[in-house]
Design a protein around this ligand. Structure first.
Ligand code: ACM
Ligand code: ZN
Length: 733
């Protein structure tokens, strides 16, 4: 149509200018036709590409034929789908440069039609998009299905250059698509650093763009209470603000900047509506009975000691928690949950349950009296206080269930006798989720190992905004298997969903939140929506599909990390030396989590970098590295060099001591060198450190290297435990 219009337009202009005789007219017509052909051949046609993220399950393209979207294309909607039609019009305006007119379907459509046909689908949130030259039909199992069809169309469109209007050709064919997991979530912590309402709305837009339907909104913390509760106004008067924040990581320096903020109930109701239009459910979390110091600062009678308490200025896990033995405290929590449920219609209410130290309860007369009253006994698995926490969680589960909702709790709630109906959020690995599914609980997988998006995403943190630590590249997210092999197919049905979490201790701005989220969210969305067979996952093809998403991020001014688009290949090798690739064995096995390929990692000539998860390092916890290298024949030597890693946030410290021994027969060793290494401090950088031991020249066949750990120091959250040591490439020369 548009092509022909253009022909007639060029034609008319020439006829008008030259007012020609019939012969010239014929020539002009031919000339115009040639101009048109030339322009059609030289101009790249702007075609939609259905290879979007998450990838649709079934795409069957016809051999040829297109539907053309132009500014005159109309969107027709059946009853209940007006908002979906408006979204489509807005997206086309964003991407192609013009809105589409939307109107109720009258049975006579030529254009794009949105309908719900539940009987054509056996899954919820499913859709089919059929493209013919005259008609695009997006038919959904429900309004959500139509919405995801609209998202796929949106993500398939070519992007118009700024300030231009671009017609788009949609290849004819049929797409059928549905989600693998009903629960597809992202979490956000606006407590450690407050995120304003407009930013949270953008976060919800980001979820919708990635076909996610659950927003886990973490609303209470030691460092800030973020939700207005009418019955307890001090929670936001006092609890929403802290008078300073720890600087750096040594726990001793604080700024004196007042930080905080909260959401009113009216704002939250508006947010619920905003999310619902985008088929996103908001799950509020009130984290209890731990992580409650901001509430304690607001109402000191909530705690075991009565305070005084302050809204916490540092990170970590506070010993001050809700007093489980105080009936008034329990009634307070019930009131809070009831107000929360008045605001959020969510079928799920998150009640936390993670990281609740029991030291106050052990000393508190009220808590101990409650333990007696309830007849709680310790057993060989759990303490009395663990069971007291179960009492709190189960009591609150009843309050939630009385209103027809279900509770979600972090996997610590398995420690004790958790209510059977609770949904377990498995964050300390997948083990909690496996145990819970075996017991018949529904489970949401969100293991820190693959889905904590507060970790670095490159091997070189110097190139990234500072964050809590760790290393979680997009490729690792893409490797995640939500359905553990340890579970039977029947038990696997309890894995209802997958989620990633963004904690904000070191994330002060919403731009940084976006940078941490994307493109890891792309990888997550493919797993949530498709859970592709691990054997057939193709990371390179995924990255290619991400490129168009990145263009959309640019269009919407979303910040995102770009490492996957410019991968750096690190080939850090050490010069060949006496030890290189010689037989090596370990007297003590590394920790099984960081055993990689075993001892050979230590002298294969390739060095580990910053990422302790790269497989280039061996990790030891609570035991030394003790390696013996057989040089295969006696050789003169005077140096041993090795490397170790420091990542204090991940409990990895430098070694305390290293020694070198040599032997002629592999049995009788004599020490030739030793080195004491002082413990690194918070004033020192993390990174990769090399140690060298020099000794009197000696000739020997066997070399033994022993590297010992430090204990974690007093100013570390893990004080009292051993530090990890990570060692790589040992050189002998
Ligand atoms: C958590 O990361 N404490 C759930
Ligand atoms: Zn108490």
């Amino acid at each position: 149509m548009a092509v022909l219009n253009r022909f007639f337009f060029i034609h008319k202009v020439f006829l008008f200018i030259f007012a020609p005789n019939p012969l010239t007219m014929k020539k002009i017509s031919l000339f115009c036709f040639a101009v048109l052909l030339l322009s059609a051949c030289t101009q790249q046609r702007a075609e939609a590409n259905y290879d979007v993220i998450p990838q649709p399950k079934e795409v069957n393209l016809n051999a040829d034929g297109h539907f053309l979207i132009t500014a005159t294309t109309k969107v027709y909607y059946e009853e209940g789908l007006e908002r979906e039609a408006q979204f489509l019009s807005e997206y086309v305006n964003d991407i192609l440069g013009y809105p589409l007119q939307t109107m109720a379907f009258d049975g006579q459509a030529q254009g794009i039609v949105l309908k719900q046909v539940p009987e054509d689908f056996d899954k919820a949130e499913a859709y089919e998009m059929e493209v013919t030259p005259k008609l695009v039909t997006i038919k959904g199992s429900d309004a959500a299905g139509v919405f995801y069809g609209v998202q796929t169309l949106r993500k398939s469109l070519p992007i118009a250059p700024e300030d231009t209007k671009l017609p788009a050709f949609l290849p004819c064919g049929t797409i059928r698509d549905w989600p693998e997991f009903a629960y597809r979530g992202m979490h956000l912590d606006p407590c450690r650093h407050f995120m304003d309402l407009d930013s949270v709305k953008i976060y919800i837009d980001m979820l919708a763009l990635h076909n996610m339907n659950q927003f886990h909104f973490h609303l209470s913390e030691d460092q800030g209470w973020r939700i207005e509760i009418k019955k307890y106004p001090e929670l936001t008067k006092v609890g929403a603000y802290r008078d300073g924040t720890v600087i750096g990581r040594n726990g001793r320096l604080y700024d004196s900047i007042r930080h905080g903020g909260f959401y009113t109930q009216e704002q939250l109701r508006d947010l619920v509506q905003y999310a619902a239009e985008r088929h996103v459910n908001i799950i509020p979390e009130i984290d209890l009975p731990g992580h409650m110091q901001a509430a304690l600062a607001s109402y000191p009678w909530l705690g075991c000691t009565g305070g005084p308490y302050e809204v916490w200025k540092r990170w970590g896990v506070s010993d001050d928690v809700l007093c489980a033995g105080n009936e008034e405290t329990m009634l307070f929590v019930e009131d809070v949950l009831n107000e929360v449920m008045d605001i959020f219609p969510s079928p799920y209410i998150h009640i936390g349950g993670d990281e609740c130290p029991k030291v106050r309860w052990e000393q508190c007369p009220k808590c101990q009296a409650k333990i007696k009253e309830l007849g709680i006994k310790a057993d060989d698995r759990f303490s009395k206080e663990d069971y007291l926490q179960s009492y709190v969680m189960n009591r609150m589960a009843k309050v939630v269930e009385a209103r027809g909702r279900r509770v979600i709790g972090w996997d610590e709630i398995l420690e004790g006798n958790v209510s059977e109906t609770a949904i377990i959020m498995s964050w300390r690995g997948t083990e909690g989720g496996i145990e819970a599914a075996k017991k018949g609980h529904d489970v949401i997988m969100t293991p820190a190992s693959h889905l904590y998006f507060d970790y670095y995403q490159s091997e070189d943190p110097a190139t990234e905004p500072s964050c809590v630590g760790g290393y979680l590249p997009v490729s690792r997210v893409y490797e995640f298997r939500p359905l553990p092999k340890e579970l039977t197919p029947e038990q696997q049905k309890h894995i209802i969903g997958v989620q990633a979490n963004i904690w904000t201790e070191y994330i002060k701005s919403f731009h940084h939140v976006q940078y941490m989220a994307m493109p890891r969210m792309d990888a997550l969305s493919e797993i949530q929506w498709n859970n592709p067979d691990p054997e057939s996952r193709d990371f390179d093809a995924f990255v290619e599909r991400c490129r168009h998403m990145a263009q959309l991020y640019d269009l919407y001014d979303y910040y995102y990390a770009k490492q996957i688009f410019n991968p750096q290949v690190y080939t850090d090798t050490v010069a060949p030396n006496l030890a290189t690739r010689k037989p090596i064995f370990l007297r003590e096995e590394p920790n099984e989590k960081y055993a990689s390929k075993g001892a050979v990692i230590l002298n294969d000539g390739e060095m580990g970098r910053i990422a302790y998860t790269s497989g280039r390092w061996l990790g030891f916890w609570g035991q030394p590295l003790d390696a013996v290298i057989d040089l295969e024949e006696p050789a003169p030597m005077s140096h041993v060099r090795f490397r170790s890693l420091v990542n204090k946030g991940a409990w990895i410290y430098n070694p305390s001591h290293a020694s070198v021994m040599v032997s002629d027969d592999g049995e009788n060793f004599r020490e030739v060198a030793q080195l004491d290494i002082p413990i690194t401090t918070w004033m020192d950088n993390d990174g990769n450190f090399t140690y060298e031991l020099e000794f009197e020249p000696v000739t020997a066949r066997y070399v033994e290297v022993i590297v010992k750990d430090h204990m974690l120091p007093e100013d570390h959250d893990g004080y009292g435990y051993p530090a990890w040591i990570f060692v790589d490439e040992i050189e002998v020369f």
